[in-house]
Ligand binder design. Sequence first.
Ligand SMILES: [Zn+2]
Length: 278
Amino acid sequence: MQINAFYKNQISFGIYSPLKQYAQHCAYCGEEMIDAKDLGDEADKLLQENFDSEYSKKFFKALPPIEQNVLSELEQIKIKNPSLSSKEVIYQSIINSKNFLNNFDKKSFFKQIEQTKNLSNKGQNFIKEIQNPNTDEDREIILLKKLLRHVKTGEQQNKLKNLIVSQYILKNSSSANGLVSKLLSPLVLSVEHIYPDKKLDSPDNPTNYLYVHSYCNGARGSKNFKDFLEKKPEVIPNIQKSLREIDKNANSLHVYAILKEVCNTLKEQSGGKLDIMI
Ligand SMILES: [Zn+2]
């Protein structure tokens, strides 16, 4: 309680936490995280390796579906052309994407989806917005990803995935490093508020934090922590692992005291379901 009171009295500018630097694995999915300042270095390392190397596999598992599709597209090019360097693989992917989009009749494709039986109203609205000339590229990719969930047939899903992958690659193709940084960005460490309600006195309080991928953070959204745990009980051992990792890496009484308070927050917000001993 003392620690909580201490942090509640601090005026907070942005997210501060003395624990952040010690967290290496995501408290939700358990996979490795990237520090925002290391993103460029990690992208460089991945470019020096093959896309099917152990190094790339390290990140592969934790990527969101579309980024995984882009990475497997790069892997496929590498398998077909084993002598290409990773940079050359990316240039080849840009050429492939341009060719794909040149030969792809978007208008008739969307018409075909619209005419499919049982396309939800939401799906129809996404198509309308995609085709609106005022919709920019970023928004279009988001809408295409959303539309994917409403498309029922396998053939349409595959075409839609190819369309998203091609647009994604072309949009981020100003440099090979830029494309790979963009691919890895969902794996950047972010601070997750266990109790998400902004009305709480001070949500910017390290006793209310977990450290997770920005992607995993976005996937939880503002869901109540108790409901989230009920839906995803598999995160429980990862949360435990993350707190132990921070404790071990920091090896300080100050950090240990904050972690004890994090455990209290978890117990409270999970309705007693999550009772972790550090
Ligand atoms: Zn994660």
